[in-house]
Every structure is written in structure tokens, then in C-alpha cells.
Design a protein around this ligand. Structure first.
Ligand SMILES: C[S@@+](CC[C@H](N)C(=O)[O-])C[C@H]1O[C@@H](n2cnc3c(N)ncnc32)[C@H](O)[C@@H]1O
Length: 306
């Protein structure tokens, strides 16, 4: 089994909104490790679904399953595919409000955040909060309320720009995508042979939140057991997990007895290090299940991103 080509472009991959940890930049390099064609692509930790968009934009399969434990995120993706006009109209209304808000656009962000936290968890409100918050980083307090601050220099994605990206997402995924907000283990239990499962769990070390609803830390032993279950059932998968920054490693590696091939993808220069005047390259590990890894020659170990 060989991938169709080694040339994949990031330019054709749509992006709805900024999301911390997005795999958009690495997507062309991750695609190289998947078969040319397969039945269904499953993303149990979808976030803003950049790998689903990448697989769809490159025409690699005909069916998709997008899942994330954070239900309002999934609501954005579902609405973008199934009710794009309603989502855009509501986003435009909320976005435009900030320019006539009596106390200014920053106060408007806090107003929407408060509404969201008191029950108005609409896709448009979540989209606006993500578009406007610091680094597109979803943060929740222990009581489950969204507590990320606004980026005071930005107003969030313009509705015109969003419209183009959402139109691309609708075209790619309409009529062939299932959505859910389940724990990843429930998704894996329902996967079957012929699926390609791509997993990008929350960063180790960053996601120790006690809140069980969102961004709950994924236990490495439970995760490894779930991957072992996929191996036993002959289901192919890829996992983004640990990595290196400069000479330092972050995150524990997956157990070798899973039999995965581990390749390091060059993810770029660390922005944190750049702020301190250092140039450190970040590499992210991609684990490829044994059946996939043995399927074709890998051209190199370090693949340059961007
Ligand atoms: C690193 S982000 C994924 C980013 C994604 N690859 C992208 O490109 O946007 C990890 C995601 O896992 C989700 N998550 C955390 N715990 C989960 C669980 N137990 N089951 C399913 N999803 C979970 C988080 O809500 C978060 O969106």
C-alpha cells in the first residue's frame, strides 16, 4: 500500500477559527503516513478538526466521524457543515455588536462570555469566544465556566473571511460526516476495520484540569490500553503525542509494545524560546500503527513543516 503522493498542500485546507494545538501546519506531513484511499476517517479528539479538513481537501476518503468531548466545539463544526447560513448570520450579529457596545469591544467579549457561562452555549457564541480569546486557547475554571480572556488587540475573524472558509468546509463534508461529543474510548469501541483513526489528545502536562467535562487529562495507561484494543481488532491509527523542544523532551512516549513506528515531525521554532532570544526547533512525535507503518517506505525521519 502506498500513499498517492508525497506532495500535500496546506493552502487548500480550510480553517474555521484559531484553535490552540491545531494540526493545520503539520497536516500535509501527517497525510503522508496514511493510505492513498480508505473508507472512513475518524477523529476522536477533533478540536477544530484540521486533520479531517486536510483528509477531505485531499480527497482521501468518503466518510468522516468528528468527535470531541467539548460539545460546544462540535456544535460549531456540525453547524458549519449542516446549517452554515444560520451559523454565519448569528456570528455576524454577535461580531458586529462589539463595535457599538457601550463600554467597548473588550466589555462585549465579557458580556458574551457571561451569557455563554449562564447557559447560552450556542455555536455562534462559542465561535466568537474562540475567535477573540487569547491564542485561541480554550480554558475552563474548575466549576466548568469558560474563563479565557480576550485578546484586546483583535476583533476576531471577519464574517466575510469566515463565510469563505465555512463554505469550503460545507462543500467538503456535507452529507458524509457524523458528529458526536463522546469520550474518546466510546468512539474507539465503535471503530471498525477500514477506518483510519487519527488521535491528537490534549497535551501532557498542560491538561491536568480536574474538571471532568472538558480537557480532562487523558491517562496514559488507559490511552495505551485503548490503542492496544485497536491493534487487536486490526484497526489502523495514528497518534500525535509527545515531542522535543531544543534538547528537551516533553511528554512520556507511548509504550514500545504497541509496536508503533515513531517519527518526529518538525513543527517549527518554539515561540516561547524566541521570546527569550533563543532559537529552538520543536518536533512533534507521530506514532503510526504497525500495519500502516509497515505498508510503505518512509522517505525520512524528520519531515520539515511549513
Ligand atoms: C490538542 S486538541 C486537538 C486539536 C486538533 N487536532 C486540531 O487540529 O484542532 C485535543 C482535544 O481533545 C479534546 N478532549 C480532551 N479530552 C477528551 C476525551 N476524553 N475524549 C475526547 N476528546 C477529548 C479537547 O477538548 C481538545 O479539543
Amino acid at each position: 500500500m502506498k500513499p498517492a503522493t508525497n506532495q500535500y498542500s496546506m493552502n487548500i485546507i480550510p480553517n474555521i477559527v484559531q484553535y490552540q494545538g491545531s494540526k493545520r501546519l503539520l497536516a500535509p506531513h501527517i497525510l503522508r503516513h496514511m493510505p492513498a484511499r480508505f473508507a472512513r476517517f475518524v477523529e476522536p479528539f477533533a478540536g477544530m478538526a484540521s486533520m479531517t479538513f486536510a483528509v477531505a481537501a485531499h480527497g482521501r476518503c468518503g466518510g468522516f466521524w468528528v468527535n470531541d468531548l467539548n460539545a460546544p466545539l462540535v456544535d460549531i463544526l456540525r453547524a458549519a457543515v449542516q446549517q452554515p447560513q444560520a451559523l454565519l448570520a448569528e456570528y455576524r450579529r454577535v461580531w458586529e455588536q462589539q463595535f457599538s457596545w457601550p463600554d467597548g469591544h473588550v466589555a462585549h467579549f465579557y458580556h458574551v462570555r457571561e451569557n455563554f457561562n449562564s447557559g447560552e452555549q450556542t455555536a455562534a457564541n462559542m465561535l466568537y469566544l474562540l475567535a477573540r480569546c487569547v491564542k485561541g486557547a480554550v480554558r475552563y475554571a474548575q466549576d466548568g465556566t469558560f474563563n479565557q480572556s480576550p485578546d484586546k488587540r483583535r476583533h476576531g475573524t471577519r464574517p466575510e473571511k469566515l463565510e469563505k472558509n465555512i463554505a469550503a468546509v460545507t462543500t467538503l463534508l456535507h452529507g458524509k460526516t457524523a458528529f458526536s461529543a463522546l469520550d474518546y474510548r466510546e468512539v474507539l469501541e465503535q471503530c471498525k476495520q477500514g477506518d483510519i483513526v487519527y488521535m491528537d489528545p490534549p497535551y501532557q502536562g498542560v491538561s491536568g484540569a480536574r474538571d471532568q467535562r472538558y480537557l480532562a487529562g487523558v491517562d496514559i495507561d488507559e490511552f495505551a490500553a485503548a490503542l492496544d484494543g485497536l491493534n487487536r481488532r486490526g484497526i489502523d491509527f495514528l497518534v500525535s503525542y509527545d515531542g522535543t523542544r531544543g534538547s528537551q523532551s516533553y511528554g512520556r512516549e507511548l509504550p514500545p509494545d504497541l509496536g508503533c513506528r515513531r517519527v518526529l515531525l518538525r513543527a517549527g521554532l518554539s515561540t516561547q524560546a524566541l521570546l527569550l532570544g533563543k532559537k529552538e526547533v520543536t518536533h512533534e512525535a507521530l506514532y503510526i500503527s504497525r500495519n500502516l507503518a509497515g505498508g510503505w517506505e518512509q522517505p525520512d525521519l524528520f519531515l520539515a513543516a511549513a
